[in-house]
Write a protein that binds this ligand. Structure first.
Ligand SMILES: NC(=O)c1ccc[n+]([C@@H]2O[C@H](COP(=O)([O-])OP(=O)(O)OC[C@H]3O[C@@H](n4cnc5c(N)ncnc54)[C@H](OP(=O)(O)O)[C@@H]3O)[C@@H](O)[C@H]2O)c1
Length: 133
């Protein structure tokens, strides 16, 4: 194993890799040798980010487009990622949000249908990728 590229041979799917924490995580993991796959809602922004990460870190960077506030999009992304990527070793559920438990929309009982969208997004992507792999 190359000690400078300990993530070599690993594929990491990072939701929301076009900006902020997700993008920094993608860049760091690409520098460690991982094949990183990022997601964003806009094709141009996602491709630009992938190109910039590739230029800075080298290696393989794949961009996917999906709005993860939609359950249908979560399913579609999971299917596309599993078809396109050689494998998924790590899933970084970065897309989400901050929900105050005092929010009037905060559910009083928990089931996947009434979870706030942010929580549903991460949970269902994980579930679909895990089920399909
Ligand atoms: N920054 C903080 O201090 C902080 C603190 C605690 C927790 N967090 C959590 O950490 C995560 C990332 O925060 P950040 O500050 O790095 O955010 P950010 O800079 O706003 O980046 C958000 C990323 O998520 C993507 N995204 C947003 N909504 C999306 C949606 N509906 N579907 C698909 N992709 C979506 C954006 O992509 P596009 O805009 O290109 O679609 C972008 O790549 C969030 O879950 C946030 O709640 C952040």
């Amino acid at each position: 194993m190359n000690p400078e590229k300990p993530m070599s041979g690993r594929t990491v799917l990072i939701t929301g890799g076009t900006a902020g924490i997700g993008r920094a995580t993608a860049l760091g993991l690409a520098r460690l040798g991982a094949h990183v796959a990022i997601t964003g809602r806009d094709r141009g922004r996602a491709e630009d980010a992938a190109r910039e990460i590739r230029a800075a870190a080298g290696g393989r960077v794949t961009a996917f487009v999906a709005d993860l506030s939609s359950q249908g999009e979560v399913h579609r992304l999971a299917g596309e990622a599993l078809l396109t990527l050689p494998r998924i070793d790590v899933l970084v559920n970065n897309v989400g949000g901050y929900w105050r438990t005092t929010s009037p929309n905060w559910p009083t009982s928990c089931s996947p249908t009434n979870w706030p969208g942010d929580i549903r997004t991460g949970s269902s992507l994980r579930m679909h990728c895990t089920r399909a792999s």
